[in-house]
Design a protein around this ligand. Structure first.
Ligand code: GLC
Length: 631
């Protein structure tokens, strides 16, 4: 056993020998990538595990795993790797469109999802996120986010072979398969968890287990409570009296990444999934993966080192696979995960939450400010812009940003929660609270887009707001992501309250089954489903033919109306100007405001010419996407 050396030569020789053995000889492609990635991984390992006596062996084992995985990588995926390498910005295209659904709820089984491929094509999807589909405990398993085996599909849904076949069929249809990489924790039924609790050699340090409350108490002085409805603090007690770290549900045990064997084991699971044909891994709960006493144990610098290390492994073993960050934290922390070295893709939780904030307040200024100052990203990366996800909506804007507009964070969040759960007179929303914490006053909200936007309440502006929210997500760049069912105005589903495994988790209100009747009515304009579907699919079609909407470049546009959000998406020749009115009344945008553009514009949704020299009127909850030229 040896420590990692500052002079990498010896460590490199050991790793290279391990790689060659795993490859069964020389494989130029792999060895070239090894040459690029080894120094990076070595440096990261030195920072993370430099003081370990077995650092060198740990690194060599990870390299060997990458080599073995590359050797086993199906030929079709290697071809795909080469194609992606030739077009590394493929995900920046205006043709990108994401969809997300649960396998059981939307298709019953993997075979049922496969049967939906014609519909996915009809909608124009190029990205399909299947919610966690792995073996997990019976009953409450946090919607599959408690994984008992990363190598087994939950038996009622199908098999790993079917998943690989589905990935291949999706790829043939131009759709990238996205699945979760739930690497912060496993379920308490995972083999590693059982072995750790039993004290089996090699597994004692896989999780964070303490003999008594002394360390947990010290950690809890500084960590947040994430699921206070389930248990207070961040620890749960084992039957033998010891305490184990569980950030989320009591059956989701946090892995101990200070142990390189954990990194090695999870890297193996990651490579396994990559070889099934998964193209994008959604990095679940990234902010929580490293703990240090005296800190919030969120977004620590080691979390970034770990992501870089996983990425370096991927670069060697499955080079076309991308990471998407799921960090629902302060906006400064969200962007810290986004870079070609960490996650090329990231949810854009700020834009999502502020879209809802703007609809509630009828004031677009916070969203406008976010677009102006928090939209830019490093080259080679993109936002995933969404209206809502399977999770709750939390108000993750920066208090300092809000203060500049005279908005105080705490009461504003309270107002938004009250508004969306229907506690405010005249609200159009029918949301429900999620994880209300009486100790801190903190809460988040749940609900489908249609129910939050007013369709369930029968508000006249409901359908417009659904379209408006999507019009923003579809025009700010990156990959727009639709929660499948929202495109046919699916309402809240309150039946979760009758199911003991779900009743305690109000997020199930917005995770209904595939709404067959709404889909059947999607061309019937006498229904909400039909009207929303028609308007939304027209926007999707417009986006696909509008090159300016690709990429991430966005310039603000000052419309001089607090309810109007404005931005420009410059293309090679023309610019697309987006104006969106979150208010309940029509507002003018006068000719002087638009005078920087030539008077002849084109509405890219309807393809109709529009003159700007008389100004425009934006209807209540209305918007335009205009192709303009400078005056
Ligand atoms: C992520 C998931 C959420 C889950 C949690 C724990 O935040 O999106 O649904 O509860 O991680 O895995």
């Amino acid at each position: 056993m040896a420590r990692l050396n500052a002079d990498t030569a010896d460590d490199r020789d050991v790793a290279l020998a391990a790689a060659r053995q795993a490859l069964g000889g020389d494989d130029r492609t792999f060895l070239d990538r090894f040459a690029q990635s080894f120094p990076i991984l070595h440096e990261l390992f030195a920072q993370l595990y430099g003081d370990r006596a077995d650092g060198r062996e740990a690194l060599a084992s990870v390299i060997a795993a990458a080599a073995a995985s590359w050797r086993a990588r199906p030929a079709a995926l290697k071809v795909h790797d080469a194609e992606r390498e030739a077009h590394p910005d493929w995900f920046q295209s205006e043709r990108m469109l994401g969809g997300v659904c649960y396998v059981d709820r939307y298709g019953g089984t993997l075979a049922g999802i496969r049967a939906q491929i014609p519909y996915f094509r009809e909608l124009g999807l190029t990205y399909l996120h299947l919610m966690p589909l792995f073996a997990s405990p019976e009953g409450n398993n946090d919607g599959g986010y408690a994984v008992s085996s990363y190598r087994q599909v939950d038996p009622p849904l199908g098999t790993m072979e079917e998943l690989a076949d589905l990935a291949s069929d999706l790829r043939d249809a131009g759709i990238s398969l996205v699945v979760d990489f739930i690497f912060n924790h496993t379920s308490d039924e995972h083999e590693w968890a059982r072995k750790a609790v039993a004290g089996e050699p090699g597994f004692e340090d896989f999780y964070l287990i303490f003999p008594d409350r002394s360390m947990p108490d010290r950690y809890e002085e500084t960590v947040r409570e994430i699921f206070p409805d389930d248990h207070p603090g961040a620890f749960v007690q084992l039957p033998d009296g010891r305490w184990i770290w569980a950030t989320f549900y009591h059956f989701q045990w946090d892995l101990n990444y200070a142990n390189p064997a954990v990194f090695q084991a999870m890297a193996g699971e990651m490579l396994f999934l990559a070889n099934q044909g998964v193209e994008i891994l959604r990095m679940d709960a990234v902010a929580f993966i490293w703990k240090r006493l005296g800190t919030a144990c969120e977004s620590l610098s080691e979390a970034h080192l770990l992501l870089r290390a996983f990425n370096a492994v991927l670069h060697m073993g499955a080079p076309s696979v991308l990471f998407k960050s799921e960090a629902i934290v302060h906006p400064d922390e969200v962007v810290a995960y986004i870079s070609p070295e960490e996650c090329r893709l990231s949810y854009n939780p700020l834009q999502m939450a502020l879209t809802w904030e703007a609809l509630a307040t009828r004031d677009g200024r916070l969203l406008q400010q976010a677009l102006e100052r928090r939209h830019a990203l490093p080259a080679g990366t993109a936002w995933v812009n969404y209206v809502r996800s399977h999770d709750d909506i939390g108000w993750t804007f920066a208090d300092e940003d809000a203060a500049e507009l005279g908005i105080e964070g705490y009461p504003h969040r309270r107002f938004l929660n009250d508004f969306y759960v229907g506690r405010i007179e005249g609200t159009f929303s029918r949301g429900v609270p999620f994880q209300e914490n009486p100790k801190t006053g903190d809460a988040r909200i749940a609900g489908t887009t249609a129910s939050l936007a007013g369709i369930e309440a029968g508000d006249d502006g409901g359908e417009d707001r659904v379209i408006l929210a999507h019009a923003i997500a579809l025009s700010t760049g990156g990959i727009p992501l639709i929660y499948l069912g929202d495109e046919v105005a699916q309402l809240n589903d309150y039946t979760y309250r009758d199911d003991p495994a779900r009743a305690g988790d109000s997020r199930w209100v917005h995770r209904p089954e595939r709404p067959e009747a709404a889909y059947a009515a999607r061309h019937d304009l006498s229904t909400s489903a039909g009207r929303v579907h028609e308007r939304l699919t027209a926007l999707i079609a417009a986006r696909r033919r509008t090159r300016e909407l690709a990429g991430n470049t966005l310039l603000p546009f000052e419309a001089h109306e607090p309810s109007v959000i404005g931005y420009q998406r410059p293309g090679d020749d023309d610019t697309v100007l987006v104006l969106a009115n979150v208010g309940d009344h029509a507002v003018p945008v006068d000719a002087a405001t638009l005078s920087g553009f030539s008077p002849e514009a084109v509405d890219v949704v309807t393809d109709r010419p529009i003159r700007l020299d008389d100004g425009l009127e934006l209807p209540a909850h209305g918007f335009v996407w205009l192709r303009v030229k400078p005056a």
